[in-house]
Design a protein around this ligand. Sequence first.
Ligand SMILES: NC(=O)C1=CN([C@@H]2O[C@H](COP(=O)(O)OP(=O)(O)OC[C@H]3O[C@@H](n4cnc5c(N)ncnc54)[C@H](OP(=O)(O)O)[C@@H]3O)[C@@H](O)[C@H]2O)C=CC1
Ligand SMILES: C[C@H]1O[C@H](OP(=O)(O)OP(=O)(O)OC[C@H]2O[C@@H](n3cnc4c(=O)[nH]c(N)nc43)[C@H](O)[C@@H]2O)[C@@H](O)[C@@H](O)C1=O
Length: 344
Amino acid sequence: MNRGSRIYVAGHRGLVGSAILRRLRAAGYENLVTRSRDELDLTDAREVDGFFASERPEYVFLAAARVGGILANSTYPADFLRDNLAIELNTIEAAYRHGARKLLFLGSSCIYPKFAPQPIKEEYLLTGPLEPTNEPYAVAKIAGIKLCQAYRRQHGADFISAMPTNLYGPGDDFDLETSHVLPALIRKFHEAKVRDAPSVTVWGTGTPRREFLHVDDLADACVYLMEVYSGNEPVNVGVGKDISIRELAELVCEVVGYEGEIAYDTTRPDGTPRKLLDVSKLRSLGWEASIPLREGLERTYAWFLETKPAGSPPLRTNQATRRMRRSIPDASLRINPTNRRNRK
Ligand SMILES: NC(=O)C1=CN([C@@H]2O[C@H](COP(=O)(O)OP(=O)(O)OC[C@H]3O[C@@H](n4cnc5c(N)ncnc54)[C@H](OP(=O)(O)O)[C@@H]3O)[C@@H](O)[C@H]2O)C=CC1
Ligand SMILES: C[C@H]1O[C@H](OP(=O)(O)OP(=O)(O)OC[C@H]2O[C@@H](n3cnc4c(=O)[nH]c(N)nc43)[C@H](O)[C@@H]2O)[C@@H](O)[C@@H](O)C1=O
């Protein structure tokens, strides 16, 4: 890539896409192409083909996807499988057909077997059963990796895949129905502090272990891989350290400054027991994460405080979430409709 290269960031309003855009802009890349979902629905093959035919991006960061935490994934398996397969297929095919020089596909650490040895090496892919709470999403993400590999083998396309661990940072989804654990805990502890509530409920047993990577680190890694890596195999992107959900809850509680109790709702699923990526491949390519979890959390909480509308936390209101909310069976899970997620 050079500073004038035409670069398409798919999903530029999301957590990852917005961070990649920030990273590219900071590095002086100016010829950036973006489309919101309302402007270009990536599940629509004809629209996607027309977009690539007219815009002819040379480099593509594929950060558009239907994304969610454990609840959204287990409640909407068909949506997660269908949308992600369609987005990947349409974007990868159009990138190839219209001559993109390189594409980076974002997968996820949930592609690996539920009981994979830890830390998880790239070669453990497809060596065991997946975690049921996100199996459809994981299958779609595995299909994305295989598409990149197949287009490379059959057509010589320089399409690569990065497998990030659990991410967090500015621009995250704080909707308790759809979010991942870290933004959910920031919101829960913040609201409990503001309301002086006696306790905060964390889902599951607190024993599962997760690894958390700040999205600015991930964006840096994505741009780095686009510049230096052209291999067939996916590359894990993580920090190489994990913590239990209990430890995370205690850390968020401390950062937010909440003084009540932490309760565990063991009727909620734990999901996969441990997900720690082996990041030696990425290290050997010359990249390492640089934002420590506590610092990343403090920065994310500061962002949350700055951007939320008065009296309410920022929430995403994209079409997917609106549809999810309409069909959520348990009314107690509904979100206050006045809440809005702040977008750029
Ligand atoms: N968040 C995490 O913890 C992790 C994320 N990842 C991967 O990183 C990538 C980005 O995730 P993240 O940024 O968190 O997700 P977000 O939900 O924050 O962003 C997803 C983006 O995709 C766009 N999008 C969704 N559906 C469509 C569609 N049909 N057409 C066009 N655009 C669409 C959305 O557009 P709009 O804003 O216009 O609605 C949004 O900008 C995904 O591939 C995900 O699997 C991997 C590991 C962990
Ligand atoms: C990145 C990855 O993210 C997803 O997998 P996950 O890591 O299991 O997702 P999660 O962040 O939602 O939960 C992590 C852990 O945390 C616990 N937990 C506690 N309290 C809350 C809570 O309040 N909200 C949520 N969401 N989880 C909570 C929760 O019970 C679980 O034990 C995939 O679906 C898939 O999308 C994917 O690729």
